[in-house]
Design a protein around this ligand. Sequence first.
Ligand code: NDP
Length: 261
Amino acid sequence: MDKFAVFGNPIQHSISPRLHNMAIKELGLDGFYGRILLQDGEKLKEIFLNLKLNGANITVPYKQNVFKICDFTDEFSKNIGVVNTIIKKRDKIYGYNTDAPGFLKSIGHLGNIKKVLILGAGGTAKALAHAFKSQNIDIQIVNRSISKAKNFNEFEFYNWQNFKPNNYDMVINSTSAGLNDNEFPMPKEMLIEILKHTKFAYDVIYNRKTPFLNLSHELNVPCKDGKDMLLFQAVLAFNLFYNNSLDEKKIEEAMRKVLDM
Ligand code: NDP
């Protein structure tokens, strides 16, 4: 039996096990996908190898730790130093990033996006910023603290103190504010100002009406949560677990059953 898992902290909220186990069942494969609460990021490699997992997904807050345990990574992950999917092949760990292509797939229906504001500067923000850059989309990043600016040298980076809002096609909450609390990703007045000048709001958090999404609704800004991003990154990760030998459409159909429940 093939064994997979998602690592993170917190991890209880993750629906990755349900998505992947549904795909395993619907595609008639012999496998199991579990969840692991990882208290110490330094133990990731040891636990991954001890459990003899074939592959895993890594979520908050370990996506940048995992890069250094990989023996090989794909080009995109190598550029950004952020991995969300690992696979063991012949005792070597291979790392990939499926968040960025998953996110781009999830906004395919939105049409022409030219200017984007990303709130937050963690692993997800980094993956999204580089994905947008590859599409020649103009990006600004604003984060609570300035300490992560060094990870965004090629981008316009601000903290709350020196940021002045512009007009945007899309604003994305890529912070974990709202994941386990009722916080806004930035001071509310500043967020209102931004939302008034944006066409679309996107929260990468899924399955929760976050304060960011509620405020977007209140201000009549069309918005969506991170469910489709989750779906598409999972489809791509699942296919990687099986050496890209499966039909993506079939994986998507299976996983959608979970989201539609
Ligand atoms: P990281 O831990 O790498 O980064 C978190 C970021 O959020 C940092 O910029 C941090 O700011 C900021 N932040 C945290 N709390 C607050 C707060 N209360 N107010 C303002 N800013 C805050 O996380 P990731 O980038 O890995 O993940 C971020 C979010 O994306 C999570 O909620 C995760 O669940 C979601 N996600 C969803 C996916 C999906 O498929 N839908 C896929 C991947 C992630 P600072 O630098 O100041 O600490």
